[in-house]
Design a protein around this ligand. Structure first.
Ligand SMILES: [Mg+2]
Length: 192
């Protein structure tokens, strides 16, 4: 399984979750698999997608946020794990696709290819649950079983990027439509 295969399964698992996605290849692949107004494609700011997702989760406690991060970027911002766990949002799952490489810059190996175990770091940081997934067929069931809380899901994949086009949206468009989708969803929920 490569990142692209994992992303397809994540998309198949979605109901009404909002996605905050890591920059570069992950966002491009997600856009090409299934673009939604409720996907936020981060541009720039490598390492900070989990911090941004935490901010969204705390500001919008009634909405469920799935953050899609990578091993290379999370390794740049490990403090975010402690910050998430100690703020204890009831609506945030951090899904890390660990391909043991810096996929967007040429597949240089990361330290998860060596001694570093992100699941153990996340457990030590205080996450409510830790799930490790190695098989594509296990992704949907595991994601659908997530309840409320702050969860850490590690999907281990092979390195390699899909050949997909760039995202033809301006940063402002990505932000504006994401915020609008959140507002619309809030109104919808109030009516139910
Ligand atoms: Mg990676």
């Amino acid at each position: 399984m490569k990142r692209y295969d994992a992303l397809k399964k994540i998309v198949e698992s979605l109901t009404n979750e909002f996605i905050v996605c890591n920059l570069g290849a992950p966002s491009r692949e997600l856009y090409n698999i299934s673009d939604r107004d409720s996907n936020f494609y981060m541009l720039g700011s490598m390492g900070l997608v989990s911090s941004i997702a935490l901010g969204v989760a705390l500001a919008q406690p009634k909405q469920t946020i799935w953050c899609i991060d990578g091993d290379g970027s999370l390794l740049m911002n490990l403090g975010s794990l402690s910050t998430i766990a100690n703020n204890s949002p009831n609506n945030l799952t951090l899904i890390v696709i660990d391909n043991s490489s810096y996929g967007s810059t040429g597949d240089q190996k990361t330290y998860t290819n060596g001694k570093t175990k992100l699941d153990i770091i996340a457990k030590g940081a205080g996450f409510e649950s830790i799930t490790i997934i190695d098989k594509e067929k296990d992704i949907i069931q595991n994601l659908k079983n997530l309840g409320t809380g702050y969860h850490f899901v590690l999907i281990r994949t092979q390195p390699g990027n899909a050949h997909v086009s760039n995202i033809p949206l301006l940063p402002e468009e990505i932000k504006t439509r994401f915020c609008k989708a959140m507002r619309n969803f809030r109104h919808l929920k109030k009516k139910i």
